[in-house]
Design a protein around this ligand. Structure first.
Ligand SMILES: [Zn+2]
Length: 385
């Protein structure tokens, strides 16, 4: 068994240890030490990054109580080596992990919810709770969690004897075996856990619950703490300041300003749709009645407008009628009028890499072709120029 320095002192980030084994593993080597400060992947938390004997540690795993450090190069067995974990990453994880205990402890006490999942990697921190919560309930939990941070409560790790353990109420995670290590946040929570935590809650700095989703009958919450929460705030503040300058409104009035912009955009879209319809009607009205196929090609017409155009054309002309809308080699189409619609649609889909269909009155779909290719296809069928 490896002596686990991270269990006794989570602040130990440089250490010396003796190399007890070094074995080939994958493309590199697995190294066993007599003791280590490297926390191995477990309980939803990623392995500590860092260096061992000057070599970067790519992964750390625990197997039957033995911690294996995976390195791209070997270390000589028997040598005393220096290890250093990436303290910034580790401390951030300690902040997040302790924050998770506080949040889950409050959710458990207030709502009887269990922590059923936790992920603490380099990018994203999520925790899963066993029941649903509203945003208002989460806000209340977040507020209480930060009160715990401000109160600077002690966080302690103990390994009680089996008989003593029976009288201690604690939250537990599934699949725990062997001696139980309890993490107590003074007056707030007691939970079995093997990971490193901060010594006092004040070190967490800030706990922010971001968005949440319904997940497996409960909720999955995105959580940020400490420096990561500050970095997130900085980014969001910069963004909101930039948008506020662009829109010339105060930062706290952004939602109303965006609502106004969206309403204006919807109004313009509607006006554009109407203008396009007028244009479509005018184009249809300008077509000379004929018994040859007629084709109109444009942009910004939706399917309803294309259908309306084909109906208008069929009222004026006695042959096949087609309307296309699109650009950059991708066009929507509606075909109608009198003729073998099904055959022409199939022929066109083949010639112009199209897809779509319909009944004997109208067909619709899309083609991957340029306007010239569309016009050439219809010229072959004797369309009016
Ligand atoms: Zn923990």
């Amino acid at each position: 068994m490896t002596e686990k320095l991270y269990e006794r002192n989570s602040y130990c980030h440089t250490f010396t240890a003796r190399v007890e084994a070094c074995e080939p593993h994958g493309d590199g080597y697995g190294v066993r030490l007599d003791r280590t400060a490297f926390f191995p992947e477990g309980g939803g938390q990623a392995a500590d990054p860092g260096v061992l004997g000057g070599i970067p540690v790519t992964d750390v795993q625990i197997l039957d109580g033995v911690v294996w450090h995976y390195l791209p190069k070997p270390l000589p067995v028997g040598q005393i080596v220096e290890g250093a974990i990436d303290w910034e990453t580790r401390f951030s994880r300690m902040q997040h992990h302790t924050a998770e205990h506080i949040v889950c402890g409050i959710a458990h006490r207030w709502h009887g919810l269990e922590n059923v999942g936790f992920h603490l990697g380099s990018e994203d921190v999520t925790l899963d709770l066993s029941g649903e919560l509203t945003r208002e309930q989460l806000d209340a939990i977040e507020e209480e969690a930060n009160r715990v941070v401000f109160a600077n409560r002690a966080v302690t790790a103990t390994v009680p004897a089996a008989d003593e353990l029976e009288s201690i109420p604690f939250r537990s995670k599934e699949g725990l075996t062997g001696p139980v290590r309890l993490i107590t946040v003074e007056g707030v929570d007691c939970c079995a856990c093997c990971a490193p935590h901060v010594g006092r809650t004040g070190e967490i700095g800030l706990i922010k619950l971001l968005d949440f989703i319904r997940y497996k009958g409960g909720v999955r919450i995105h959580l940020l703490a400490g420096a990561a929460a500050l970095a997130d705030y900085r980014l969001r503040y910069a963004q909101s300041a930039e948008i506020s300058a662009k829109l010339s409104v105060k930062q706290f009035d952004l939602t109303a300003a965006v609502d106004r912009l969206l309403a204006e955009r919807d109004g313009l879209k509607q006006a554009l749709r109407e203008a396009n319809r007028h244009l479509a009607d005018a184009l249809v009205a300008a077509v000379e009645p004929t018994d040859r196929p007629v084709v109109l090609v444009g942009r910004d017409w939706d399917t309803d407008t294309l259908r309306r155009m084909v109906n208008g054309l069929s009222a004026r002309c006695s042959g096949l009628c087609a309307a296309y809308s699109g650009s950059d080699g991708l066009y929507q189409y509606v075909l109608g009028g009198t003729g073998d619609l099904k055959a022409v649609t199939g022929q066109m889909n083949t010639a112009l890499s199209g897809r779509g269909g319909g009944d004997h009155r109208q067909t619709q779909g899309r083609v991957q072709a340029t306007e010239t290719q569309i016009r050439d296809f219809w010229r072959e069928l004797g369309a009016a120029e």
